[in-house]
Design a protein around this ligand. Structure first.
Ligand SMILES: NC(=O)c1ccc[n+]([C@@H]2O[C@H](COP(=O)([O-])OP(=O)(O)OC[C@H]3O[C@@H](n4cnc5c(N)ncnc54)[C@H](O)[C@@H]3O)[C@@H](O)[C@H]2O)c1
Length: 393
């Protein structure tokens, strides 16, 4: 693998809202090496005007066709990830798409098909799953992948610290509507958690979920979810999330052959069974005995490089061929779990994986067609500081 210190990747950012602006600023501030933002696109000229050094376009399509960029970052509302991503890939550009990959599985499949049909083999297709860079999760994944933790039996993730206010939902017309966003907490905040679930534990075999739609906010999509998952080895999982709870909790508990791991409050604590539990259960003479445990605080420093690390990794993948931290094709998994949770609620039934993407798309189209919800968009009052806080997690 050779490095290309002299090459500068020309990046176009499409969608100059909260996240797109943040990506442009990060790159303009020199936090990502060997790239520059040469073009930006957004229908709102005031937004593109904030970055006068970049050529401004009104639409992503114009930017893609402009010849001004080698790569695009797509930071638009979710439905456009598919259309813009497809156009950019067909134009031979490298693509980094914000989470979620698309709103629903069938759109993910269309976008991934565009990647497989790309004109240049070397095109890079990444996704912004910045939480994969968080060492808390990366360390636990490593313990699972290298077998140290043993087979996982149970996973419980309560992630209810995604609190959002009415002002947040009122800040953009597309948010938390079936037509504009295609879902609520599962497609906006939780793609990170659902991606980490499939990254650490693999895809589940089934889910039974209870989504509550507009329970805590004046929205039509889900803002509270409890899901029961089953995995191929018989392990079970419970995933609980909400944007309507504060202070909320973020606690991931994993029960495995070699003990229990809890990730909470910035700590990874492993209560390690000195003998694997199945072996202990089958070999001990004692009725009520338990294996001895070691209490291990796994040292973790910080929360990783997050967005900057994913941006740098994308540039390095293009220029040097380094592997992607989050290949976009893997982004379909979190979308599929999110869709399956909503579908399970809508149908009042357990959903088996793989989800039927066409059926889910139909169900979503029905929700869109039958929606009577009138979205109230408030004059934006949130500060830039607010938005910086929104994606620290
Ligand atoms: N990775 C993270 O931590 C993180 C955090 C927040 C948001 N996001 C993601 O970033 C994306 C954008 O979210 P946001 O909060 O910035 O939304 P936003 O509403 O603040 O901004 C979206 C922008 O896209 C523009 N836009 C819409 N359609 C467009 C099109 N076809 N072409 C060009 N511009 C278009 C809008 O005018 C707006 O300026 C979403 O996918 C969201 O899930 C990711």
């Amino acid at each position: 693998m050779s490095t290309s210190p002299s090459k500068i990747l020309r990046i176009g950012v499409v969608g100059i809202g909260n996240m797109g602006s943040s990506h442009v600023t990060t790159i303009n501030d020199g936090k990502v090496t060997r790239c520059q933002v040469t073009a930006v696109a957004d229908g709102d000229a005031e937004r593109t005007g904030r970055f006068p050094k970049a050529k401004a376009f009104k639409t992503g399509k114009e930017l893609v066709e402009s010849g001004e960029v080698d790569a695009v970052i797509i930071a638009t509302p979710h439905f456009d990830h598919t259309t813009l991503g497809t156009a950019a890939l067909a134009a031979g550009l490298h693509v980094l798409v914000e989470k979620p990959l698309s709103v629903h599985k069938a759109d993910c499949e269309r976008l991934i098909a565009a990647y497989h049909a790309r004109p240049k083999k070397e095109q890079i297709f990444g996704a912004m799953f910045n939480q994969r860079t968080d060492p808390h999760y990366a360390k636990v994944r490593e313990l699972i992948v290298n077998g140290e933790l043993g087979e996982v039996r149970r996973v419980n993730w309560i992630v209810t610290d995604w609190f959002r206010t009415e002002a947040y939902y009122g800040s953009s017309g597309w948010r938390a509507t079936w037509k504009g966003e295609g879902g609520g907490v599962l497609v906006n905040q939780c793609p990170h958690n659902l991606d980490l679930i499939q990254w650490m534990f693999g895809m589940p075999t089934s889910v039974r979920a209870f989504c509550q739609f507009g329970k805590w906010h004046d929205i039509e999509t889900e803002d509270a979810v409890t899901a029961y998952l089953e995995f191929p080895n018989g392990a079970t999982g419970v995933f609980i999330t909400s944007t309507g709870e504060t202070p909320g909790t973020n606690r991931l508990e994993i029960a495995a052959e070699r003990g229990r791991i809890v990730i909470q409050n910035g700590k990874v604590q492993w209560t390690r069974n000195t003998v694997a539990m199945t072996e202990f259960s089958k070999t001990t003479d004692s009725s009520f005995g338990r294996p001895d445990v070691w209490n291990i605080d796994i040292p973790i420093d910080g929360s990783g490089g997050q967005h900057i690390a994913i941006l740098q990794n994308f540039v390095d993948a293009v220029l040097d061929g380094v592997p992607l931290i989050a290949p976009a094709v893997e982004g379909m998994n979190s979308v599929e779990i999110a869709n399956a949770c909503i579908y399970s609620s809508l149908t009042n039934a357990t959903v088996q994986f793989p989800l039927d993407g066409a059926k889910y798309e139909q169900a979503l189209q029905k929700l869109i067609a039958e929606s009577k919800f009138v979205k109230k968009v408030a004059k934006r009052t949130a500060s830039a500081d607010d938005f910086a806080k929104s994606h620290q997690k």
